[in-house]
Design a protein around this ligand. Structure first.
Ligand code: GLA
Length: 378
């Protein structure tokens, strides 16, 4: 990918070469829809990245070529110059959010590409945001913007330019990711801890239903609103500060739907902590059990699954896979599966054949390699 980017950069913008940066997509072992509720998440960056070559151009204009979309866009750095192409708004948003915070962004030329599958729940958008946030901090700000601020810049881009009121998990994972480590992030205090992750005798594999999701068009924001309504009814800042007794006390004052959403979040918060403890004991049976519980909650209470993902989850269970669940925001994308080494081939074959027979297309399989997050490559 790097060679292709450099060749096309040279074709489009000539010499000299720019710097090359990359940032990663992410998985999340457990802790879904907890980030915007002040809870815990447990993600890691993966070996699929967005990579960009970038060179300042001494103007106020940003000139961008996307290799994958085969589209060229130019924009100025003022608010009224927002591009209409959704992919370019991520880069525009990052520039604006840095400027809003008093940082510096000047014009630049860039060519980028990626291998994070789009709409698969692996956070290709966070990888794009983090790649540019990291790069513009390096190129124009002497790396003075704190790394956590880069995460918030990515998140604000989603909120203000892309219509998704997401939490901070994806951008956090993309910026802070570390090879062979998952990270437990407390989204309220922003404290985080690296957990070495080498599940001996097991593989983590993603099965992508290839049902596409667009969080901006999906009821993602509605889920967040439900949680905020319940938090208000409880008189707490976020559902992090709620427990089941408190929730049962307001059951009559909130809708059944909101009750179920909040119930999932309260239970999920505990599951993350249980999984971290289990991992420290190499107790993968418990990890897997919690993953299935999360799937159940996301499907029945939070209602962000879909038929295809529920089917993949059923197939995993029937094959004796240790843990399986829908991953990410939902409404399509992947399941994440913790599979014993000796069951791996059988499971992949069953999932592929049975899914294809039922839905007419094969799911895509991705083996997960936990890798580094945002970085400068050259
Ligand atoms: C999306 C959002 C994240 C998080 C997950 C669900 O990936 O971008 O902030 O809420 O959904 O856990």
């Amino acid at each position: 990918m790097q060679e292709k980017i450099s060749r096309i950069f040279k074709e489009k913008f000539g010499e000299p070469a720019g710097n090359i940066y990359a940032s990663a997509g992410r998985i999340n072992l457990i802790g879904e829809h907890t980030d915007y509720n002040g809870g815990f998440v447990f993600p890691g960056a993966i070996d699929k990245v967005i990579m960009a070559e970038i060179r300042p151009n001494d103007t106020d204009t940003v000139r961008v070529y996307s290799i994958d979309i085969e589209e060229y866009v130019e924009f100025g750095l003022r608010e009224e110059d927002a591009p209409s192409q959704s992919w370019a708004r991520y880069i525009f948003g990052i520039c604006r959010e840095i400027i809003k915070r008093g940082g510096t962004v000047r014009g630049f030329d860039t060519v980028f590409a990626g291998n994070v599958p789009l709409g698969a729940g692996l956070s290709s958008s966070a990888a794009l945001e983090s790649c540019f946030a990291f790069a513009l901090n390096d190129l124009f700000n002497d790396n003075k913007i704190d790394k956590f601020e880069l995460v918030l810049i990515g998140q604000a881009t989603e909120h203000n330019y892309c219509g998704v009121n997401c939490g901070i998990m994806d951008q956090f994972a993309s910026v802070f990711g570390k090879k062979d480590n998952l990270m437990r992030l407390d989204c309220r205090s922003r404290e985080y801890e690296y957990f070495p992750f080498h599940p001996k005798g097991y593989k983590l594999v993603l099965v992508d239903s290839r049902v596409k999701h667009e969080l901006a068009d999906s009821p993602y924001n509605k889920r967040r609103e439900s949680c905020e309504r319940v938090a208000r009814a409880l008189g707490v800042e976020t559902l992090r500060d709620a427990d089941m007794d408190m929730l049962l006390n307001v059951k009559d004052k909130i809708s059944d739907e909101d009750f179920n959403r909040a119930k999932f979040v309260i239970e999920e918060k505990e599951r993350v902590l249980a999984v971290c403890d289990a991992l420290l004991r190499d107790d993968y049976d418990t990890v897997g059990e919690k993953m299935y519980e999360t799937h159940q909650g996301l499907s029945k209470d939070y209602e962000v699954s879909c038929e295809e993902l529920d089917y993949l989850n059923d197939v995993a269970r029937e094959c004796g896979v240790t843990g399986s669940r829908i991953m990410g925001g939902g409404f399509g994308g992947c399941t994440i599966n913790l599979v014993k080494d000796d069951l791996y081939d059988h499971f992949i074959k069953e999932a592929t054949d049975r899914f294809e027979a039922k839905y007419g297309h094969k799911p895509q399989i991705y083996d997960v390699i936990i890798s580094d997050g945002a970085r400068r490559i050259s």
